[in-house]
Design a protein around this ligand. Structure first.
Ligand SMILES: N[C@@H](CCC(=O)N[C@@H](CS)C(=O)NCC(=O)O)C(=O)O
Length: 207
């Protein structure tokens, strides 16, 4: 049995959350190493690219959240075996990662700069991606993004969409997702209500 240690910020979201959820759902034992943002300057020195998340598999420290999520998905049975379904799963994960990068570029901004950068996302980039995601969902059966079942693409979509609707991002209206792609709202509620996910957050005390 490999020893797994996932290192990431101590909050219920972000780039490690899909892997955390996948490992939890799959019943895969791992060390969920969480640290406070104030400890990031020290933690990053221990990582190969000065970034998190990382996953130790025994003594090997691996970077890149989507690679980690896919690995966790494979261990947990939440990644498609079929090559085409895996392609659809990867496509959604890649698009969501693009969004992470675009949102991440606005962190560190303040005042009018932040307002304008987030405003541009709200008026243009986010609607394009949200409508595309809604169409993908519809085209792939309406319930899940690939393979007609829960995969790591859903865990990543759920994590990111929930964050977008959370009100924690200044200048991103909490009703943006619902206004632009209402089926995604239903989707987030449905995925969040799956017993293994609802129980996970209930136990963490992080809704
Ligand atoms: N491509 C990397 C990006 C990782 C990344 O940007 N992580 C953020 C935290 S969510 C970080 O460590 N940022 C600090 C930095 O890049 O200097 C991945 O997907 O894991």
């Amino acid at each position: 049995m490999d020893r797994l240690k996932l290192t990431y910020f101590d909050f219920a979201g972000g780039r490690a959350e899909p892997a955390r959820l996948a490992l939890h759902i799959g019943g895969i034992a791992f060390e969920d190493y969480r640290f406070a943002p104030s400890d990031f300057p020290e933690v990053r020195k221990t990582t190969p690219l000065n970034q998190v998340p990382t996953l130790h598999v025994n003594a090997v420290q691996v970077t890149q959240s989507d690679a980690i999520s896919r690995y966790a998905g494979k261990l947990a049975g939440l990644y498609p075996e079929d090559a085409f379904q895996a392609l659809l799963c990867d496509e959604v994960m890649g698009a969501l990662e693009d969004l992470n990068i675009k949102l991440g570029a606005t962190f560190g901004l303040s005042g009018d700069e932040l307002k304008n950068a987030r405003g541009a996302l709200v008026s243009d980039v986010l609607p394009t991606y949200l409508r595309w995601l809604e169409t993908q969902l519809e085209n792939h059966g309406g319930m899940y993004f690939a393979d007609n079942r829960l995969t790591v693409a859903d865990l990543k979509a759920f994590t990111l969409l929930r964050w977008l609707c959370s009100g924690k991002l200044d200048h991103i209206p909490v009703d943006l997702v619902d206004a632009v792609a209402p089926k995604l709202t239903t989707y987030v509620q449905r995925v969040g209500s799956l017993p293994e996910i609802a129980q996970y957050y209930a136990r963490l005390g992080a809704a």
